[in-house]
Design a protein around this ligand. Structure first.
Ligand SMILES: Cc1ncc(COP(=O)(O)O)c(C=O)c1O
Length: 377
């Protein structure tokens, strides 16, 4: 079985070749005006980002982790507060909770969508109330691999329990649920422009998206050391968390082709699913939502052996995530240990992410799929 050579897990070079003139022009403009911090491209990109999400406001920050952190800061979340989040996620989702002095409450995920299991969430909220030690304050929903979480139910839970809903959309900018785009599914959405994300820059970057102008004003203040109305008027405790002008310039070039890239990702996912259905467990295609397809994740029993066979044949794969957060040594004291969240624990043993980007051609997808079929049989 022959394999195309140099298969990239994420092909940023192909994208760069396509966009070279726009990238050069955008970056050269910044080098010419020299406003490297909060130059005009930042506001221009914020407008473009909000328009893409069909949201009122976007506030760019230094990275996706800061976006989550700033959202919790603005909400006044701190000691004594319980913040509910899925265990099967990237560390940043949990880290920001502890940085605020609040406590993470790790919840189970659904074994097919990989997103927070709302039945377990309800049970955990009730358990925290019963115990009385912490005050339930917020839910951080993660749109894992690009698929929006169940925001309809999450919104109801937040209304009933008076909780703040924060969307961790680091992997899902560009996705939608029904007619509504990521950025408008929760009162506040945080996203990341880490280079490998569907909309990535050439370094670190992130943004907060909201329809609430008061919240947006707070985010703008917090990202600039808590700046008040005047230049040296400090109204609150803040951070230094601005998006570099050069990164905004890169993102302005990239957002011009983003919808086209999202369509291509969807096609790639469809081709994988056609070839792998019945061979391994393929991702759930949920008609109510459009994933941003940040990752194409399959489930299989002999995951490590299959990954090894693919590697021998020049096919890169990744395991997101080999350990759920409640079993990480730095977080173990906040969970109930091994066996407490079985779906999350099983996923971490069975999941395998395949090469996924908008420039994967059919021949490569055929070859990757054939190698998987051979490896599992
Ligand atoms: C689910 C999730 N949350 C938060 C982040 C943090 O984003 P950043 O790396 O931009 O800080 C990431 C990025 O890797 C992520 O995947």
């Amino acid at each position: 079985m022959s394999t195309p050579t140099n298969i990239a897990f994420v092909d940023l070079k192909a994208q760069q070749a396509r966009l070279k003139p726009q990238l050069d022009e955008r970056m050269n403009r910044v080098l010419a005006h020299g406003q490297y911090i909060m130059g005009p491209e930042v506001a221009e990109f914020e407008d473009a980002l909000a328009a893409f999400a069909e949201a009122q406001e976007s506030v760019c920050v230094a990275n996706g982790t800061d976006a989550l952190h700033i959202a919790l800061m603005a909400e006044g979340i701190g000691p004594g507060d319980a913040v509910f989040l899925p265990s099967f996620t990237f560390a940043a989702t949990a880290e920001v909770v502890l940085l605020r002095g609040a406590e993470p409450v790790f919840c189970e995920v659904d074994g097919r969508t990989f997103n927070i299991d709302t039945d377990d969430l309800r049970a955990k909220i009730e358990a925290v109330r019963q115990e009385g030690r912490l005050r339930p304050r917020a839910i951080v929903a993660v749109d894992l691999f690009g698929l929006p979480a169940n925001y309809e139910e999450l919104t109801t839970i937040c209304q009933v329990d008076d909780l703040f809903l924060l969307a961790d959309a680091a992997q899902s900018f560009g996705a939608s649920l029904g007619e509504d785009r990521v950025g408008t599914l929760a009162p506040v959405t945080a996203t990341s422009f880490f280079p490998a994300k569907p909309l990535g820059c050439y370094g670190d970057g992130g943004a907060l998206i909201t329809d609430d102008p008061d919240r947006a004003a707070q985010f703008r203040s917090i990202r600039a050391h808590g700046k008040g109305a005047e230049k040296y008027d400090i109204a609150r405790i803040g951070l230094n968390s601005r998006l570099d002008t050069l990164q905004a310039a890169v993102l302005l070039a990239k957002i011009s082709i983003f919808q086209d890239e999202l369509n291509a990702r969807k096609q790639v996912a469809g081709m994988y699913t056609e070839r792998l259905a019945g061979v391994v467990t393929t991702p759930l295609i949920d008609n109510a939502s459009q994933s941003a397809w940040a990752q194409y994740a399959i489930l299989l029993d002999d995951r490590d052996a299959v990954a090894g066979r693919l590697k021998e044949n020049g096919i890169p794969t990744a395991i997101y995530y080999p350990k759920p957060m409640h079993l990480q040594s730095a977080y173990i004291e906040f969970g109930d240990g091994a066996g407490s969240l079985p779906a999350s624990e099983t996923l971490s043993k069975r999941i395998l992410c395949l090469p996924m980007h908008p420039y994967l051609d059919e021949e490569t997808i055929d070859s990757i799929s054939a190698h998987i079929r051979a490896a599992v049989s």
